[in-house]
Design a binder for this molecule. Structure first.
Ligand code: 5GP
Length: 213
């Protein structure tokens, strides 16, 4: 039987660098899959439907809620965002680890439903750096940037509800820290009771030690 994958939830204030970290993480870890969210927000320059997000109308988003297609959803900065349930469950059942890059409201809903998930909060090295990164990104209007910066304090207060805090001063170091978290999580007793049982029953832990691929 394939061991279930781990649900990894990554949040952090706008500009903390979650997107870059997740991209790097996914490109070097073939056992990780990224959950593409649905959103009613307009695509930014360079964003591709089906790759960055599923860009949908408000009506379509409402339909997804009504049909129970979303694992969680939330209104963030005036737009709706949600995680399509089917893809996540399918990948976990196939044994892949799945990354959700979502806001704190959505993350706390997932935490209630999936307590075995791993919740990681990304911090910027400083608030000045955060503001600088949002400005430099150059993809949002001044009004949008102002709104996002105003939300930072409320966002940071939620960090206490996560299992791990990762500061993003250097992307490769932050990625390495998350890889270490994933390895440690795979070694947790609750995820490995089958190995103990195997050893008792057959004299060997079996082929797939610690479910690390
Ligand atoms: P952005 O508009 O910058 O792409 O994303 C804005 C915020 O929405 C970010 O904090 C991002 O993590 C969050 N977000 C993206 N997808 C989802 C989702 O499916 N659900 C929730 N709850 N938040 C999401």
């Amino acid at each position: 039987m394939t061991q279930q994958g781990i649900l990894i939830v990554v949040s952090g204030p706008s500009g903390a660098g979650k997107g870059t970290i997740c991209q790097e993480l996914l490109s070097s870890n073939p056992n990780l899959k990224y959950s593409i969210s649905a959103t009613t927000r307009q695509p930014r320059t360079g964003e591709v439907n089906g790759r960055n997000y599923l860009f949908v109308t408000k009506d379509r988003f409402k339909g997804m809620i009504e049909n129970d297609e979303l694992l969680e959803w939330a209104e963030v900065y005036g737009n709706f965002y949600g995680t399509p349930r089917q893809y996540v469950l399918e990948q976990l059942n196939k044994g892949y680890d799945v990354v959700l890059e979502i806001d704190t409201q959505g993350a706390m809903k997932v935490k209630e439903k999936s307590p075995a998930g791993v919740f990681i909060y990304i911090l910027p090295p400083s608030l000045d750096e955060l503001a600088d990164r949002i400005h430099k990104r150059g993809t949002d209007s001044l009004e949008v940037i102002k709104n996002r910066l105003q939300c930072v304090n409320g966002e940071l207060a939620q960090a206490h509800n996560y299992h791990y805090i990762v500061t993003n001063d250097q992307v490769p170091a932050a990625v390495e820290k998350i890889e270490s978290i994933i390895v440690a999580e795979k070694l947790r007793t609750v995820r490995n009771t089958v190995l103990i049982d195997n050893l008792y029953r057959t004299g060997s832990v079996g082929n797939e030690t610690n479910a690390i691929k």
